[in-house]
Design a protein around this ligand. Structure first.
Ligand code: FAQ
Length: 323
């Protein structure tokens, strides 16, 4: 882990005052003074999070037309729509740090910004939609419940609402999984296959191991992160193992074993080479996801132009009425 890097322009007395506020558990708000490095770290993490929500709509959106019943279709549309909303709250939160949303979106479209590795895997069957709700939203809840206590007020408050919605998402996913697991042998095989494919990428969502996480020490020090990547990954494993057993599905890890001393489920080695490949843009769907976002952005240009023209017209009208 790297040492805390303080930008040269930061006044040490102000940094000390800021860190005393953090230590006292106070929330940092947009107009409060903050070290430049804190601001940059938040922009990095929050914008990556917002991008993840937006790109995360794609694997599931792929199944809206093929959901097996009207009820499933309604919940999936609502879920995907919620994810757009989460992206918007977090982009708004990021803008409170003085950065323009258009700039952040451009970084995503240019391929210079990261988004969660998990969304670079394909959704091959309907069971994948259940398993995404169970694993991916389950992992997001573990991560974001803790972020709801982050030191930066706008981010923490966005997480409270988002976590409430993620709980519905997880339930709809687990319900699909439980239904398929209790279904025909073909349905059970389909859901087991989805579990096998999504388990390891879901563990990678929590980020590199603590020993290889350059940002964790600084973010923990400033109480943006309240738990390390490995701590949250372990919590997710501990919660998920009994959920898999309850629906008679197996997790694809022969090394899973309960350790009575630590009361944790120990698990096998994560394939970090695969993780790093996905981060470098070489996952199964990286190119497809970016191409889809670029197309959506281009197709939506007329909406942005119309909205700007309408806003300009309203401003002109208000100005002429005030004159
Ligand atoms: N994928 O030093 P660390 C969701 C990057 S939302 C890609 O450990 P940090 C909802 C990391 O950015 C899912 N990149 O970094 C949903 C850094 O790169 P940089 C997203 C990753 O920030 C459900 C480098 O590796 N959630 O699922 C990943 O301390 C269903 C070194 O890593 C959030 O973003 C990864 N998995 O910890 C939507 C939560 N892991 O910038 C649709 C907020 C690490 O230095 C359907 N974020 N990297 O070039 C966080 O909690 C943290 O930022 C971590 C990473 C834990 C993701």
């Amino acid at each position: 882990m790297t040492q805390t890097r303080t930008a040269p322009q930061d006044d040490p007395a102000k940094v000390a005052e800021f860190e005393a506020r953090i230590a006292a558990g106070q929330s940092i708000e947009p107009k409060d003074w903050m070290p430049e490095r804190y601001r940059r770290q938040l922009i990095r993490m929050m914008s990556q999070h917002a991008h993840s929500e937006i790109v995360g709509m794609l694997p599931e959106g792929n199944w809206i037309t093929r959901a097996p019943s009207l009820r499933r279709k309604i919940s999936l549309i609502a879920k995907v729509q919620d994810e757009a909303g989460h992206g918007l709250y977090i982009y708004c939160g990021t803008e409170t740090l003085g950065v323009d949303r258009a700039e952040l979106i451009q970084q995503l479209l240019d391929g210079t910004a990261k988004y969660s590795s998990i969304f670079n895997y394909p959704t091959l069957s309907w069971a994948d939609i259940g398993v995404i709700g169970w694993f991916v939203d389950g992992a997001a809840i573990v991560n974001q419940t803790v972020l709801a206590k982050a030191s930066y007020g706008p981010y923490a408050r966005a997480m409270i609402r988002i976590c409430k919605e993620e709980n519905f998402h997880k339930r709809q996913g687990y319900e699909i999984v439980a239904t398929l697991a209790n279904g025909t042998s073909a349905q059970k095989a389909m859901v087991q296959d989805a579990v096998n494919r999504w388990w390891w990428p879901s563990l990678m969502m929590f980020g590199p191991s603590d020993a290889n996480s350059p940002n964790t020490a600084e973010l923990i020090k400033w109480k943006v992160k309240r738990r390390t990547n490995d701590e949250l990954r372990q919590r997710f494993v501990n919660l998920t193992v009994p959920q898999a057993a309850a629906v008679n599905l197996t997790l694809p890890d022969p090394d899973l074993a309960y350790d009575t001393e630590s009361e944790n489920w120990s698990f096998g080695r994560i394939d970090w080479d695969e993780f790093n490949q996905v981060l470098r843009g070489n996952g199964p769907c990286n190119r497809e996801r970016l191409a889809a976002r670029r197309k959506a952005h281009d197709d939506g240009a007329w909406v942005r132009e119309a909205a700007s023209a309408y806003a300009a017209k309203q401003r002109a009208k208000q100005a002429s009425e005030a004159a």
